[in-house]
Design a protein around this ligand. Structure first.
Ligand SMILES: [Zn+2]
Length: 279
């Protein structure tokens, strides 16, 4: 079936990203094989066996990862035409695919399969043993990820295109020639948004750590170093909680040490005695 959206959502995302990444590197690819139905795999297996032609697959249904929606095959186009001979280009696409966390069958010593990519989370080297053990049949697995996909789509508000894309354009994250209906664009923008969210959260924590150190200096001036640290750590944990920020012991320690260092750099050695963090 020639519809990328029938793939498992994780591999669909990587597939779209690979097309985009190849484009950025001046290589045009098309997706030639995606999810295969039982009939499609059975017909393919018959080729070169009970049907004329050469053998194209060693896997009967359901032993190909294509039957499970966790693999796809690509073809490189050169001057607008599919080209199977430019191994150099297939190798470049292979490297790009691997950079996205895909498993590429072009690395095999024997049964090299340059066009084939799969999701190493579910299948390695075309073996679907784990999937069969966990799900028994492709139908069960596909049904499971399809309903998860529907849930995910429901969560995505219709407004996202208008809002996020508009913001992304204003910020210069994407340009006008990005198609907002293109899933790769959506994922790209969401990735950037997520990174910015993480950055904002870190800045908020840093600000709180700075306040924590100042607070302790003001109210617990006479305490010993370790006690001061305890007070600052407690204050920071409480305030972070109030702001809905998740913060670990380790993070608290690093943040307080860092803000202390920064305050010292800014205000000089009068901060020396504020907090002595125990190693
Ligand atoms: Zn394949």
């Amino acid at each position: 079936m020639r519809d990328i959206s029938l793939l498992h959502p994780e591999i669909e995302e990587k597939c779209c990203k690979l097309i985009e990444l190849c484009k950025q590197n001046g290589i045009e690819i098309i997706i030639t094989q995606m999810l295969r139905t039982k009939k499609e795999q059975t017909d393919l297996y018959a080729e070169g066996r009970t049907k004329p032609g050469r053998k194209v697959t060693n896997a009967r249904y359901p032993y190909s990862p294509h039957c499970w929606g966790v693999a796809f095959d690509i073809a490189v186009k050169v001057d607008g035409k599919v080209n199977w001979n430019r191994i150099d280009l297939y190798k470049k696409v292979g490297a790009l695919g691997k950079s996205l966390g895909l498993f590429w069958d072009g690395d095999f010593k024997s049964f090299v399969d340059y066009p084939h990519f799969e999701d190493p989370k579910y299948v390695v080297g075309k073996s679907v043993k784990t999937l069969i053990r966990n799900w028994k049949t492709p139908d069960a697995f596909i049904q499971h990820y399809r309903s998860a996909k529907k849930e995910e789509e429901k969560k995505m508000p219709d407004q996202w295109k208008l809002n996020i894309i508009k913001q992304a354009k204003e910020k210069g994250i994407i340009t006008d020639d990005h198609n907002p209906d293109d899933k790769a664009t959506k994922w790209f923008v969401l990735d950037v948004e997520k990174m910015q969210g993480i950055q904002k959260e870190l800045e908020a924590k840093q600000e709180l750590a700075r306040l924590a150190v100042q607070f302790v200096q003001q109210f617990y001036r006479d305490f010993e170093g370790p006690q001061k640290y305890e007070q600052a750590a407690q204050w920071l944990a409480t305030e972070a909680g109030k702001h809905g920020l998740c913060i670990s012991e380790e993070e608290i320690k690093v943040l307080i040490e860092a803000s202390l260092k920064r305050l010292k750099a800014e205000f000089g050695e009068q901060w020396e005695d504020v907090v002595k963090v125990q190693e």
